[in-house]
Design a protein around this ligand. Structure first.
Ligand SMILES: NC(=O)c1ccc[n+]([C@@H]2O[C@H](COP(=O)([O-])OP(=O)(O)OC[C@H]3O[C@@H](n4cnc5c(N)ncnc54)[C@H](O)[C@@H]3O)[C@@H](O)[C@H]2O)c1
Length: 343
């Protein structure tokens, strides 16, 4: 029997890859996205076109519905018509810096939209709810590596606060209605078909066009870059293992990553933080070209360092991301040159 699942944000970077992988694994996939203009819509359209072509060639049961998370009616119709039992919720307003200038977008998609999704989980008895959180919930924390048991009450951007709010909302629904729910704290995901607002694409484009790149905090930053295929592998395993309640949960010593309810939180990161200067160097080496660097101060809302502890993920699904940055960047740049026809 084919398994049916709904992926929101399917025209986005991670949603596209997950849709592709699960179609290849015989899932019936329903994709949902509003194709908003936060970044180049033609890239989102190209991802959807790629999925449509693959589905046509291989007879994959792929369906796509365009709509806003804020629109109850569209969501209700979607759940009534397709009756998905598994939901991977990736649609959101992403981006830390954009949340400084466009806070309302985060309230609309990440708060109102998220609540609408939870109501659908409740009304349509979802068996496995998996949703995107973010490493940005660790905010100003300096204890590394970041563990799901750390205190995350000090966000430094509205984006981070909206993702932390999602974890709290989902826990509440998991407690009230016993919805198995899993939060994914992604750490800087990169790879082919990646996002134009993120460093790998921004730097690659600028270096190839001989334009300067802006290096924030004078280069003194570190990121735990996580390769897309590893992220997809982890999600696939979590689809096969819905959250359960922690039978050893102690209310007097509460572990924030688990609960008496079926709610779990996992870091999805490579656990190998790389300095910004090393990261630029890896791109330069792969392109065979030098970057023109402009050093600038730290940006509002940014954090200096991210570093994931993936012990809990590994214990739960016997897997943790592990692709080396050099390998992932090579794959990204190969895709970039072929997609933008630069060879
Ligand atoms: N890529 C990363 O490094 C990263 C890191 C941490 C967390 N995340 C989270 O993972 C998820 C997926 O990220 P991504 O990198 O694929 O981002 P993305 O922006 O490429 O994908 C998100 C998709 O959601 C859609 N969307 C946004 N608001 C919507 C709305 N109101 N209604 C319907 N569709 C809407 C967008 O059109 C987009 O295609 C997001 O929730 C993001 O916050 C990503």
């Amino acid at each position: 029997m084919t398994k049916k699942l709904l992926i929101t944000g399917a025209a986005g970077f991670i949603g596209f890859h997950l849709s592709k992988k699960l179609l290849e694994k015989n899932f019936e996939v329903i994709g949902f996205d509003n194709l908003n203009s936060y970044y180049d819509i033609s890239l989102k359209e190209a991802r959807l076109k790629h999925l449509a072509t693959l589905s046509k060639e291989n007879n994959y049961p792929w369906k796509f519905i365009k709509g806003d998370l804020e629109n109850h009616e569209i969501l209700n119709n979607l759940f009534e018509k397709f009756e998905p039992k598994i939901l991977v919720h990736l649609a959101a307003q992403a981006g830390v810096r954009y949340s400084i200038t466009n806070p309302q977008a985060y309230i609309n998609s990440n708060i109102v939209g998220f609540q609408n999704i939870l109501e659908c989980c409740r009304k349509y008895n979802i068996d496995n709810f998996i949703y995107a959180s973010s490493s940005s919930v660790y905010g100003g924390n300096i204890k590394i590596p970041f563990s799901e048991t750390d205190n995350v009450n000090h966000p430094v951007s509205l984006y981070a606060a909206s993702k932390k709010a999602n974890e709290l909302f989902a826990h509440t629904y998991s407690h009230l209605y016993k919805i198995p729910s899993t939060a994914l704290r992604f750490f800087t995901v990169y790879g082919p078909w990646g996002r134009p607002d993120m460093a790998p694409m921004i730097f690659t484009k600028a270096i190839l066009e001989k334009k300067p790149i802006r290096v924030f905090n004078n280069g003194a930053m570190k990121r735990d870059f996580t390769y897309i295929d590893d992220v997809i592998e982890a999600i696939e395993k979590l689809i096969n293992k819905p959250a359960t309640s922690n039978i050893n949960f102690k209310k007097e010593e509460p572990d924030p990553s688990t609960s008496w309810s079926p709610h779990r939180i996992f870091n999805i990161g490579n656990s190998q933080p790389v300095s910004l200067m090393k990261f630029i160097n890896v791109i330069e080496n792969e392109l065979g070209k030098k970057a023109i660097k402009i050093f600038e101060p730290m940006q509002m809302g940014d954090v200096k360092s991210t570093y994931s502890d993936t012990t809990k993920l590994n214990e739960w699904i016997n897997y943790k991301p592990n692709t080396l940055l050099e390998e992932g960047i090579k794959n990204f740049i190969d895709w970039y040159k072929s997609f933008y026809k630069l060879d």
